[in-house]
Design a protein around this ligand. Structure first.
Ligand code: XMP
Length: 327
């Protein structure tokens, strides 16, 4: 049997009952696979890794060691939620690493997008590797949130894309319990595992996080303004019932200032770019026609509530010819 192929007769998981049956089956399979050994998981807070973590906590409890690396480029409240859900609510064995200062000092003055991506990716591996080494001797399994589209895209050869480049002397066997599921099925399973709705419906978020949305060379003050503006956008989208309905929506803040007037004073502050897109595969994307009152409310709130931002623009560009991200 080809373990990389979804059987033709595999039922699509669309209901709570089907999800419960899947969970029971995978809990048993993971228990069998891992036995009394330990497994390590890079827990980003994304839906795939969160679902695998919740499933394995059910299966092997504290034999699962989750590592959450906060690179300082997470959205507002995200790392805190990972700690709250997994450590406080699910009683997970969670290693939380706040590596903000390491990432931001490496990124200091670096403006080129691909250079930023390389620094963030390489440092992420370094931090994870350090943590893996600390527990390395005891760990036999590496759990990953690989899903079926990842397998299809990589033509059956799955690289360790979450944690690629782990040291050669750490030998792990892989445990990938959602490897045959599509994204919508992972969400149904996540809901049945009791994960919060905003985690289950979490929109795609690039690995380099806000690092590629704080355009050009990242500064702490602009990163903070971006994080606050993005939180307002997400709050208003959720209140308008758009969470899970619009594929991806976010704020980017460029590294130039524009003029504005606040309380009768002329000033120079950053503009904020709002981007919202619908897409199937992220190769092409459409801009949704959002309700004007909603856009105005978001614009007003960001410009008045966020220090350093005085203007808000909505990007009308589909992909092509714009990409989804600004850099
Ligand atoms: P673009 O900007 O290329 O984005 O149209 C397409 C999708 O990919 C996401 N994206 C990334 N995801 N690492 C990631 O994991 C990255 O460096 C990266 N850059 C873009 C983007 O958010 C969108 O969903």
């Amino acid at each position: 049997m080809d373990l990389n192929k979804r059987p033709d007769d595999m039922v699509r998981i669309t209901t709570p009952e089907l999800a419960q049956a899947f969970i029971a089956e995978q809990v048993a399979a993971c228990r069998e696979q891992i036995g009394d050994k330990k497994a390590l998981l890079a827990l980003s807070g994304g839906v795939d890794s969160s679902v695998v973590a919740a499933l394995l906590i059910k299966a092997i409890g504290k034999q699962l060691i989750c590592v959450h690396v906060n690179h300082g480029l997470m959205r507002k409240g995200e790392s805190e939620q990972v700690v709250d859900v997994f450590r406080n609510q699910l009683d997970a064995n969670l290693v939380y690493v706040d590596a903000t200062d390491r990432f931001l000092s490496l990124l200091d003055g670096v403006a080129e997008p691909e250079a930023k991506r390389k620094i963030i990716g390489a440092e992420f591996i370094r931090v994870f590797e350090e943590e893996a080494r600390k527990v390395g001797d005891e760990v036999s399994f590496l759990a990953q949130g690989t899903i079926y589209p990842d397998i299809l895209e990589s033509d059956g050869v799955k690289a360790h894309h979450n944690v690629g480049g782990l040291p050669d002397d750490l030998q792990f066997e892989l445990c990938e319990p959602v490897r045959l599921l599509y994204k919508d099925e992972v969400r149904v399973v996540g809901r049945e595992l009791g994960l919060p709705e905003n985690m289950v419906e979490r929109q795609p978020f690039p690995g380099p996080g806000l690092g590629v949305r704080c355009l050009g060379a990242i500064t702490r003050d602009r990163l903070e303004a971006l994080r606050e503006a993005d939180a307002i956008l997400r709050e208003e989208f959720a209140a308008a019932g758009l969470e899970g309905k619009v594929w991806q929506y976010f704020v980017s803040v460029p590294d130039f200032r524009v003029t504005g007037v606040k309380e009768g004073k002329r000033l120079y502050e950053w503009p904020a770019f709002i981007r919202a897109v619908n897409t199937v595969d992220a190769m092409t994307a459409e801009v949704p026609e959002l309700d004007w009152a909603l856009l105005k409310k978001i614009g007003d709130r960001i410009a008045s509530e966020v220090d350093g931002i005085c203007r808000v623009l909505y990007d009308l560009t589909p992909k092509p010819c714009g990409t989804i991200e600004f850099e």
